[in-house]
Design a protein around this ligand. Sequence first.
Ligand SMILES: C[S@@+](CC[C@H](N)C(=O)[O-])C[C@H]1O[C@@H](n2cnc3c(N)ncnc32)[C@H](O)[C@@H]1O
Length: 249
Amino acid sequence: MPNPLHFEAHAEIYDRARPPYPAALWDRLRDNELLRYGTRVIELGAGTGLATGPMLRAGASVTVVEPGPALAARLRLHCPEATVHVGSAETAPLPSAAFDLAVAATAVHWFDLDVVLPKLHRALVPGGHFAVWWNTYGDLSVAVTPFRERVAAIVARRDLSAQSPAAEPDIDAWARQLTETGYFVTIHVEQFSWTIELSSDQIRDLFTTFSNWTATEADEAGRAVHDLGGHVVEHYVTPLIVFERAEQV
Ligand SMILES: C[S@@+](CC[C@H](N)C(=O)[O-])C[C@H]1O[C@@H](n2cnc3c(N)ncnc32)[C@H](O)[C@@H]1O
């Protein structure tokens, strides 16, 4: 089973290996006036601060909740202005009507939504928003690259009976799941496609951070890049869903 402590166990690699979110995503959040100077943000599952830094640089004040002490320590180093709460989204005490925007960046699939959605509803001001996005490592809409063929071969060798349900969240399914209890209403759905060139070491490190990849598999992915010339261009997608806090539940 994917393990939420996987990231904590690999905090140092996570910090250097996870690529940043695409610039177009930040442009959209600014254009839609969700993120601007003075926006009060609560970010759940903030990791090492990959999303926290750009929000602070946009002028927001950011409170983060992160259960992993090593991840939180790295976030504090990168983002000394953030208010950091070490704990889970389910147990973190959040003040009422204190935030304009709640954010979960590649994290919402780890939460107990029965607990977290009503909690965020209480923590947001009337008219507040909840923005959820995640990086998807691979883009099914583009032609399969030689590297992706090698990745598929590694995955195909896994014991299927030991595999967890699909870890890749589907954007429409998530929009439904996060609105069905009535605390939030979907107002914006968009996907950002982007590319990044990565070396064999970067691929090995990045794949090491994936909670459903073993260290042996990540090494093998790194070796595949080496065999293919030392660098590969990867096609990634970042789905974004923005919800508005429902006035009445
Ligand atoms: C894939 S990482 C994303 C981290 C960061 N948001 C980013 O964009 O890089 C998922 C994060 O969710 C955190 N997490 C897992 N379970 C959680 C929970 N119940 N409450 C809050 N955070 C949780 C993990 O510790 C990890 O930092």
